[in-house]
Design a binder for this molecule. Sequence first.
Ligand code: HCB
Length: 217
Amino acid sequence: MSTRTDILERLASSVIEGNSEAARSTAGEALNAQLDPLETIENGLAKGLREVGRRFECGELFLMQLILSGEAMKAGVEVLKPEMLKQKKQLTGPGTFLIGTVEGDIHDIGKSIVAAMLTAEGFDVVDLGVDIPDQVFVEKIKEIKPSILGLSALMTTTRTKQKEVIEALRRAGLRNAVKVMVGGATVTPEWAEEIGADAYGEDAIDAARKAKQLIKG
Ligand code: HCB
């Protein structure tokens, strides 16, 4: 097995086992082996977390294991993030990206990866955090006038909030002032279209590519 495949598989296993220490040290090995930090996140750590989600859904894993796996993923990402940000590029044009996870939803890992990726791509990113009420998005848009709003939602019960935020923007007369990109585990391109979002971000790489298209107009 190549070093790369071995490291990615051990990263996925560390997340499945909920072992933060192993995730941290293996992420360090990935950097020493000069693996691309984002690829290491997506094909190593996140691959493990997707498997955890699948096992949780089948009832093979319990909430405590989900929590430990989430922490292991975050521990690995923390090691890789500085390297990602070191490769920061320069954008030409307006590039403020406001992002947050919608109200009722505390999942923050994917949103934070998108925020780091867009920062690395040269956007000025403002990350509001998780469980953000519609009105907070509206007020922040009035204040900082971002080019793009990224709405993250991981559950079928909370992705409806993405629609509500878009409606709140419309009511506030702001819908044409900002492009909206939606993403998260249960979000699909069809859902994005149905709720009138401007783009769907499948993962951090796709989100960065679409964000650059959106600001080009
Ligand atoms: Co959570 N959880 N969880 N969870 N959780 C999910 C999301 C389920 C799908 C698991 C399952 O049942 N298969 C499920 C939702 C089911 C559904 O609605 N269909 C679920 C559930 C049910 C719950 C609880 C209700 C469990 C409970 O309490 N009984 C509870 C809800 C709490 C709440 O929010 N109110 C809960 C709690 C948790 C934690 C706290 C234990 C933990 C989160 C820790 C944290 O974030 N700090 C957790 C985790 C880790 C997951 C899974 C396993 C992984 C999520 C994750 O981080 N993925 C997830 C299973 C899954 O996703 N398949 C499970 C990795 C990242 C990299 O992917 O999709 O978040 P991502 O982000 C991508 C992508 O979507 C895109 O780019 C990112 C980077 O590639 N993207 C955007 C995301 N946002 C974007 C925004 C944009 O503008 C553009 C692109």
